[in-house]
Design a protein around this ligand. Sequence first.
Ligand SMILES: Cc1cc2nc3c(=O)[nH]c(=O)nc-3n(C[C@H](O)[C@H](O)[C@H](O)COP(=O)(O)OP(=O)(O)OC[C@H]3O[C@@H](n4cnc5c(N)ncnc54)[C@H](O)[C@@H]3O)c2cc1C
Length: 128
Amino acid sequence: MKVVIVGGGAGGISTASNIRKLDKDIEITVLTRDNKVAYSPCAIPYVLSGTIESFDDIVMRTPEDYKEKNIEVITEVEVTAVDSDKKTVTYEKNGKDTVLKYDKLVLATGGNPFVPPMQGVELDGVFR
Ligand SMILES: Cc1cc2nc3c(=O)[nH]c(=O)nc-3n(C[C@H](O)[C@H](O)[C@H](O)COP(=O)(O)OP(=O)(O)OC[C@H]3O[C@@H](n4cnc5c(N)ncnc54)[C@H](O)[C@@H]3O)c2cc1C
């Protein structure tokens, strides 16, 4: 059994960890466009304000930590296609496409916040 998880945020990485807790043999691959996994986005404001010294302080685990649990984490990739008939995922890394086969696919790609159509929302200095 091979599980591919797209997304290395709270949703994706906790899915990977929980699958591993339940089964030591399932092959698990996590794909993320980020260069880090298992960090707390909720703590980013504290890094920006200087309350927490470094971004590295809010990273709880590294891809190497997950390797020890036999979870493969592939960072800085863009998943560009899913073929649910062939059960494949295509991702692009450094200009090269790779096709991965899966038995089960988890899409944990987060969401985009709704930005209300407020006057001035497109101006410089307004962050969304
Ligand atoms: C500044 C900030 C403060 C927050 N504060 C709080 C708080 O106080 N309390 C709270 O409950 N929540 C808070 N949140 C929200 C919380 O962080 C999110 O709800 C949570 O991170 C969502 O996790 P997720 O795994 O669903 O998505 P995300 O964390 O968004 O992860 C999505 C993953 O999908 C990957 N991805 C998406 N598309 C692709 C693709 N095509 N190819 C490859 N990878 C892809 C991304 O790289 C990422 O790894 C905050 C968020 C932010 C940004």
